[in-house]
Design a protein around this ligand. Structure first.
Ligand code: HBI
Ligand code: FE
Length: 290
């Protein structure tokens, strides 16, 4: 059922404690796309982007997965807020994806329809200097720096499209809440095994100064192997670091584990308890991060 614009603002605004959404939604197209207006960014905004980029780039070695680092470096986006259209040209050649500029969070139906059609929504506005360390809504730094590099990885790019298609189906089956948990614990806050130890592929961590250091600390954070059903049952944290990080062996596993039809899974999960974010079930093994 198509959420009306008002419903969307009421729902999303309530989620962020009633604070109004930041973006300018007055001139969106039917699928919530706006012009990026790259020339309107100020020198101060490009300077803030450089500071954010520099801070994150210094934290990546030994923490971010290799695929992310290689793609990010190839994007050459350290000198200022990138022009989405020029990124879309190289992205389309690599994996058939494009960036679409959006004013910020958009309704689920439009968001998942973009993903299902290999279009990744990237917010046009940049946070303020006061929000250097934390921001509630995704801004251009979170969306571009966090999400765009891995869209150059063919397996990951296929997975995101399948996720979008699955989410559209989940909306019909009442499984969206479970699927949102999967998105949160993989695409936003997921970890992957590597020869050298656990590494980060989740955009929410990769674009966060604090959590990128915190999430691999063995003493404070919990790492368990990704099991889709277990993940879909587990509540996540919105405004603090995650208490549990789910780990995949590789992107092939993520693609494979999320390929089946989830209809029976939604049914089964409805009969099971929802799990708090810090749960460790009997028999579950905590993975070591180094
Ligand atoms: N809109 N622009 C934007 N970016 C998101 O990440 C986003 C969204 N709308 C809905 C949404 N995410 C969530 O429902 C999913 O992450 C599950
Ligand atoms: Fe995100």
């Amino acid at each position: 059922m198509q959420k009306s614009k008002q419903d969307f603002f009421d729902t999303v605004a309530k989620k962020s404690d009633g604070a109004q959404l930041r973006g300018d939604y007055s001139n969106v197209t039917i699928d919530y796309v706006v012009p990026q207006n790259w020339h309107a960014y100020t020198e101060a905004e490009h300077a803030l982007w450089r500071r954010l980029y520099q801070r994150q780039a210094e934290l990546l070695p030994g923490r971010a997965c290799d695929e992310f680092i290689v793609s990010l470096n190839a994007l050459n986006a350290s000198q200022g807020i990138p022009d989405f259209d020029s990124t879309s040209e190289s992205l389309f050649n690599a994996t058939g994806w494009r960036i679409v500029a959006v004013p910020g969070l958009i309704p689920e139906l439009e968001f998942f329809t973009h993903l299902a059609n290999r279009r990744f929504p990237v917010t046009v506005w940049l946070r303020t200097p006061e929000e250097f360390d934390y921001i509630v809504e995704p801004d251009v730094f979170h969306d571009y720096f966090g999400h765009v590099p891995l869209l150059f990885n063919p397996i990951f790019a296929d997975h995101i499209q399948e996720y979008g298609k699955g989410a559209l189906k989940a909306m019909q089956l009442g499984g969206l809440e479970q699927l949102a948990r999967l998105y949160w614990y993989t695409i936003e806050f997921g970890l992957v095994q590597s020869q050298q130890g656990l590494r980060v592929y989740g955009a929410g961590i990769l674009s966060s100064g604090g959590e990128l250091k915190y999430c691999l600390e063995p003493s404070t954070s919990r790492h368990i192997e990704l099991d889709v059903e277990r993940c879909m049952r587990t509540l996540f944290k919105i405004d603090s670091y995650q208490e549990t990080y789910f780990v995949i062996r590789n992107f092939k596993q993520l693609f494979g584990d999320t390929a089946p039809d989830f209809t029976p899974l939604y049914e089964r999960i409805r009969q099971l308890d929802i799990l708090p974010a810090n749960t460790l079930l009997p028999g579950e093994i905590e993975l070591v991060s180094v």
